[in-house]
Design a protein around this ligand. Structure first.
Ligand code: ATP
Ligand code: FE
Length: 328
């Protein structure tokens, strides 16, 4: 049994072929990062045009790499939101056309559920009940999950996401997009000697990162002689302190066997290290997707689609720019 998953919610066109237990037969990513790099972020109109150009060839490549034909597929899954509406429409329309042509059912998948399920790609890691830290380009949230049917949101960001804060810090330092890997790399050779704020660190389970971003801007504007690596290291340290303390608090509040850390920022090596330490302290199993599955991919959408099949969730295909984590 295989599902083909199509992801086009942001700036990557990706298609994966995945089995019920998360076996990845193939996953192809057509990245637009270089195209958007000059704008320091994603340019929506350009993104949908590129998806339109890339989506069918990417489907074809993924099927070829998995060595399957449409007769081997059980369904076609596609991200229906959240994301850039123009980009979502390209994916959904393509999936519709393929499903009709091939006589297959179609499943509209919540992208955030895709990120959550990425922790079980290639290998089943998650044990329930599980705490979720989702840190991506558009979201930063904490949730508790007893099963895919039962997800409780515990906290989210009041302003910027962690990924956005990374991207903006990179821009302030005159670097490209996406900023996450760049800032991480700089931080690795710097020292966290600047005192930056840890917004809302002692306060509940919500997040706020715009104040940190402003503090970085003021720091950079104050002096041009600053060692940029030290600025990056100080920024990363502040982010990690906040995430660590929130996760600790959440684990104290809700019984959890696993901690799932997913989303693009989950590719960050220092974040992975700090989360391992938190889990050791709380005796919780750390469930991280391999780095390549942390950022957007079609495989995670296909794996999440199996939850829709198992729970008999009907296909809602309407593209949605905003969609909560608990929504199907
Ligand atoms: P969402 O999933 O919320 O809709 P998105 O799909 O655009 O947003 P992802 O692809 O999950 O976001 O994540 C992209 C973000 O991850 C970017 O902000 C990027 O800077 C960040 N990121 C990627 N790699 C790293 C890294 N090694 N360290 C820190 N951040 C990273
Ligand atoms: Fe994403």
């Amino acid at each position: 049994d295989l599902i083909l998953g199509i992801e086009s919610s942001c700036d990557d066109t990706s298609v994966g072929v995945v089995g019920r237990d998360g076996q990845v037969l193939s996953n192809i990513i057509s990245s637009q990062a270089e195209l958007h790099s000059v704008y320091g972020g994603v340019y929506p109109q350009l993104a949908s045009r590129e998806h339109l150009r890339a989506v069918l060839p990417t489907v074809e490549l993924a099927m070829k790499a998995a060595d399957v034909s449409h007769a081997d597929l059980k369904a076609i899954a596609v991200t229906r939101g959240p994301g850039l509406i123009g980009s979502l429409i390209v994916g959904v329309d393509t999936a519709r056309a393929l499903a009709r042509g091939w006589g297959l059912p179609i499943i509209g998948v919540n992208h955030l559920r895709g990120h959550v399920r990425s922790a079980d790609l290639e290998e089943t890691r998650v044990e329930y009940p599980a705490m979720i830290l989702l840190v991506s380009g558009g979201h930063t949230l904490l949730a508790h999950m007893t099963s895919p049917r039962s997800i409780e949101l515990l906290g989210s960001t009041r302003d910027d996401s962690v990924g956005e804060a990374y991207d903006k810090t990179a821009r302030l330092l005159g670097k490209g997009y996406p900023g996450g890997p760049i800032v991480d790399k700089m931080a690795a050779s710097g020292s966290a000697r600047f005192d930056l704020p840890r917004p809302m660190v002692n306060n509940g389970l919500d997040f706020s990162f715009s104040g940190l971003k402003t503090a970085v801007r003021m720091l950079v504007e104050r002096s041009e002689q600053l060692d940029q690596d030290d600025v990056a290291a100080s920024f990363v340290d502040a982010v990690l302190d906040v995430l660590t303390s929130k996760v600790s608090r959440a684990l104290e509040l809700r019984k959890s066997s696993s901690l799932i850390v997913v989303g693009g920022v989950a590719a960050s090596p220092p974040l992975r290290e700090r989360m391992a330490a938190v889990c050791a302290e709380h005796q919780v199993r750390l469930c991280l997707p391999p780095v390549k599955w942390a950022t957007d991919n079609g495989a995670m959408i296909a794996l999440a689609a199996w939850d829709y099949v198992d729970n008999h969730v009907g296909a809602d295909l309407s593209p949605k720019a905003n969609l909560g984590l608990a929504a199907w």
